[in-house]
Structures are given as C-alpha cells and as structure tokens.
Write a protein that binds this ligand. Structure first.
Ligand code: SF4
Length: 356
C-alpha cells in the first residue's frame, strides 16, 4: 500500500488535484489549436479513454481565439500552455480555460505578472509552474555545477516565490527532465520543501515502447515514494497512447483500480493459438474500459487453465478449440476463430460495460 505525501488540494475545472483525490491522468493535444475542429475531435477521442485533463498549446492569437469553441465542445477541463506572453494568458483566461501553465518568472514586467495573477484569482484558475531541464537558465546550471535537479528546484522555487508574494497559492508544479534519476531527485527535493500538488512526468520520454518504459520507471518510482498528484506520460505518438500508458502505471501500482489488466503468455513451442495476435486484439478492444477487470490470454493447457481461472475472464488455447473461463469456471469451448468474440461478449456481460 502506497502512502501518499500530504499535499494541498487545488481544482482544475471539476477535477480536484492533491490531498486524497485520485491521481489524475493528463495529456496534451498535438493538433494546431487554431484548428478548433481537429483539436475538438482529438480531445473527444481521448475522453473515450477516460483522460481527466487536457492541455493545449496557446502560442498565437488565433489559438487563443479558438479556445472558446474548443472548451464549449469538450467535457474535460482544458489547460492553456503558454510561454512568456501575458496577453495570450489573459485571452485564454477570458475564453474559459480551467488552468494555466506558465512560468511567472518568464513573463517579464512585474505589471504583466500581476495582471495574469489577478485574472487567475478572479476566475479561480490555478497556475502550473513547469520547469524543464531543456529550458533551465544557464546561470542556474552553472551555480550548481551542472546539477540539473538542484537547478530545476531553485528555478521552481523562484517562480513559486513570485506567485506567493502576490498571495497566490493556487499552484501545482512540475520539474521534468529527460533523465529518470535527475527527475526523481528533483521531485524529491521539491516535495520536501512545498505542500503544493505535483504534476509528475518524464519529459520527451520517447516513442511508445521506450518512452512508456522510461515513464513507467520514473513516474513509478515517484508514485511509489508517495510523490505525485497528477501525471502525464510524454510520448512521441498519439495522445491516446499517453492516456492508456498513464492509466496502466496507476493501475499497476494499485493507485487507481480501473481498467483492464491483461495477462498474456509469452508464447512458446506449445502454443496452440496465435497468442500475439489474440493479446493485441484483446488489448486494443478493451483499452478504453473503465471496469476493473483481469483478462488472461494463454496459449495452451500448461499454465492456461490456472491463469485463466484466476483472472476474471480468460482463454486457454487448444488445438482447434479453446476454453473460455469466467470467474473461475469454464463457460464453454469455442472454435479458435470464434473464441475472441466469445471473450469480448463475456467481458461485456460481467462488467455491464459496452466495448467501443
Ligand atoms: S501458456 Fe503454454 S504456450 Fe504459453 S508460454 Fe506457457 S507453455 Fe507456452
């Protein structure tokens, strides 16, 4: 059982972050925000995968202008990601965003910073301070002899200080590096110093395969230490994959008991069915499910019946026909070209959830 470190609760739209609230899963769109139609359609797709919060880039006036339409047409809270430009921040707040990602120390003029903070206060919009190893100030890095964790920490504390001086405490913070151990150290240092909720992730983690492993290790270590209130898996891929990966990390650590755990054998010379194809198909079909369920796809009678019986639903492959198990009991024997449909029907039956 993981004991989470105590943090203050903030609200991003209708999602509470920090305290005892469930750890939320976030992603970021990769469409041009100016293109409202494509952005809405991408957000609606990630909503099907139970994403809690989405962030969009706001880097032009046109992007800020399309926010209103986007927000009106999606269900989950939208955060605007802004660098340097306080006018875009003000326009985004006016458009109805639920959160702002901006580093106050990078806005420049104090008056501009105050204007943004006031607008956030008036509209109850939290600010995420996001320090990344790739954009850390050179002077800060020199000060700590190239220690990115210490440099990111000090940079974040400076940004926090700017907000606190204006009595603004509706804050969450991220300190992301592309390196797992640097990221872990940075968050550990920060977590000892602040009670604000932390958004954790490994930045620019890579492709689905390498990036999900890297994120699983980095985010996993932090969550295991009780650090982290909301997560984003950063992958060079469709945002849907980020959401699926995020939920897998939370599920595997027992932090959110929802979604499908797939048990599938690695196959060997005994396999009687196409395990690789079956496992991929089962995963693809069930990856948006909310129900907490364990599904086993096993290739033969050696370990198949045991694992399938211990799962909620499972298949043990056989020559021509495979056995379908549900809640520890045999449901029936199906031809190998029909057993996948039977498995999906059984999952729908026991969960009451329609598979999309
Ligand atoms: S379940 Fe059967 S096919 Fe799969 S790895 Fe084990 S022995 Fe091989």
């Amino acid at each position: 059982m993981i004991r989470r470190k105590h943090t203050k609760t903030i609200k991003v739209g209708n999602v509470s972050i920090g305290g005892d609230n469930p750890i939320s899963v976030q992603t970021m769109t990769n469409t041009y925000t100016e293109d409202a139609e494509s952005t809405i359609s991408q957000i609606q797709e990630i909503e099907k995968y139970r994403c809690d919060i989405v962030r969009v880039t706001v880097n032009t006036d046109e992007a800020a202008e399309s926010l209103k339409t986007i927000i009106k047409n999606v269900k989950i809270p939208v955060i605007a990601d802004i660098h340097f430009n306080h006018i875009l921040a003000l326009k985004s707040i006016k458009a109805g965003i639920a959160g702002l990602r901006i580093n106050p120390g990078n806005i420049g003029d104090k008056i501009k910073v105050k204007e943004v903070i006031k607008a956030c206060k008036d509209n109850e919009i939290p600010i995420r301070i996001g320090v990344n190893s790739g954009s850390i100030e050179k002077g800060m890095l020199d000060k700590y002899n190239g220690d990115f964790s210490q440099a990111m920490l000090e940079s974040a504390l400076n940004h926090i200080n700017i907000l606190e001086k204006e009595s603004f405490y509706d804050i969450k913070i991220s300190l992301k590096s592309t390196d797992v151990l640097t990221t872990v150290k940075a968050y550990e240092l920060l977590s000892d110093k602040v009670e604000y909720p932390l958004h954790v992730g490994i930045t620019e983690a890579g492709t689905v395969f390498s990036g999900a492993i890297k994120s699983g290790i980095g985010i996993g270590i932090l969550l295991y230490k009780g650090i982290g209130d909301t997560i984003r898996v950063s992958l060079s891929d469709n945002p849907v994959t980020e959401v699926i990966a995020g939920f897998h990390i939370l599920r595997d650590l027992g932090l959110r008991k929802e979604g499908v755990e797939l048990i599938s054998c690695p196959t060997c010379g005994r396999a009687e069915i196409d395990i690789v194809g079956f496992a991929k198909e089962a995963e693809r079909k069930t990856s948006s499910m909310k129900s907490n369920i364990k599904v086993a796809i096993m290739g033969c009678v050696v370990n198949g019946p045991g694992e399938s019986m211990h799962a909620d639903v499972g298949i043990a492959g056989g020559k021509e026909k495979s056995v379908l198990f549900s809640k520890g009991k045999i449901v029936g024997k199906y031809n190998n070209n029909e057993v996948m449909n039977a498995l999906i029907n059984e999952i729908e039956k026991i969960t009451g959830e329609k598979i999309i």
